[in-house]
Design a protein around this ligand. Sequence first.
Ligand code: NAD
Length: 496
Amino acid sequence: MAKSTARKKTNTVRLKFDTSWSYDPAPESRSAASISKQYDLFINGEWKKPSSKKYFYTINPATEEKISEVAEANQADVNLAVGAARQAYEKTWGKMPAKERAKYIFRIARIIQEKARELAIIESLDGGKPIRESRDFDVPTAANHFFYYAGWADKLEYAFPNRKASSLGVAGQIIPWNFPLLMAAWKIAPALATGNTVVLKPAETTPLTALKLAEIIQESGLPPGVVNIITGAGQTGSSIVNHPEVDKIAFTGSTEVGKIIQRAIAGTNKKATLELGGKAANIIFEDAPLDQAVEGVINGIFFNQGHVCCAGSRLYVQESVMKQVVRKLKDRIASLIVGDPLDKNTDIGAINSKQQLQNIQKYLEIGKKEGAEIYQPSCSLPRKGFWCPPTLFTNVAQSNRVTQEEIFGPVLAILSFRTDDEVIEKANNSPYGLSAGVWTDKGSRIFNMTRRMRAGVVWANTFNKFDPASPFGGYKESGFGREGGLHGLLPYVNLK
Ligand code: NAD
């Protein structure tokens, strides 16, 4: 530890109240990651130049520097990728004994573990999230998903007793930018375990860990064409969705695009799972351990810049402890470290893209215009890159847009309530239903709340906890279908 003046030259900013001691910068080394200058498309086990001949840059949102350029797949490339996946399904993967399939999936999991440090660095460089998050959560949880589903591959008869499970064919998988490697693992692992082949497209702002995963898949010796990873933006995604040889769509992203996909596949035989947006209610009762609850709220909305579909972005506090909780929250966010995502002390990294930052800023203005009181700890943010300080909105109404709409940034709307019935009604008064949190000392209250809240996941006295064995997914405009756990196998099989 050293006096806070030691960090003057770094890209890390410690917020107000930091009058005493702070940690010395502890940046992870950029050089431990090998990133190519240019990436082609991973089709049929090989790297192929895009027929479009076009490439686009992916940048580091903390510095706005170009990291690499990646290929833009057009319709012809999508045709190639889907054709390779179909061929692999019919000739090799679909016929392979399940216990052999499992060995490949285990191998992928182990190589992810071996390359964990490199993957974490690339995830933080490309996406802007703190290295602590990518190192301690994203990468290990991605490896765990491959381990978990490798275990199921030859046990499907136990997963679905007295039923015969058969694979679907080719799965088209499209993922967002907030958990690039983890979302790829969520999608690829259950698809492979159940005998399907895959064409996966990462988000255009965070393609690099999926492309690293393609290298890992190549190293694992997985037969060519079983997993194809292609890059591009919405048009590429749309070509996957509309391809007639794709049997199943697994999509994670915005509700807006989810609706477009649902319309596109209506009237086809394609199966679909849609994991969409969220506006989670985090509820603090007066009998809750308040310090623990405040820490859970911070973890739930600020530690990943609020770039989490299940982020606890609406906070309901029982009226008797409202003042106390708001004071504790203000004190705590003033001690958060905003800055260099590669610094191991950083709590809040960079916003993923300029477009996303503009979207968050738009909501900050909307909140103010709606009459809410805004609180941001005073701080100077790095001049380059995309940054947003942790933000609290108080004096907010249930009908305000900052309470109803997904902001997907480090912005928390705080409201009060008096009774259990009132807060359940308010929590459920949302177009979304992905997750929620309850903080209370009473077990009976937890059961009452979890039973009556329309949310796919309800955490009690904790928040944002994930495990490969637990299913995850939403109600209402948060989508349908479940990923993770035994439930996560279901969307990839036909049952007889
Ligand atoms: P997005 O919908 O803009 O993009 C998601 C993916 O879809 C990207 O790969 C994008 O290129 C692709 N895409 C865009 N237009 C398409 C189209 N017309 N057809 C097919 N594909 C298309 O979402 P985003 O901004 O990348 O991610 C943020 C959103 O994702 C938030 O709403 C968040 O809540 C949601 N999300 C949900 C979950 C969950 O499990 N429910 C998890 C993570 C993120």
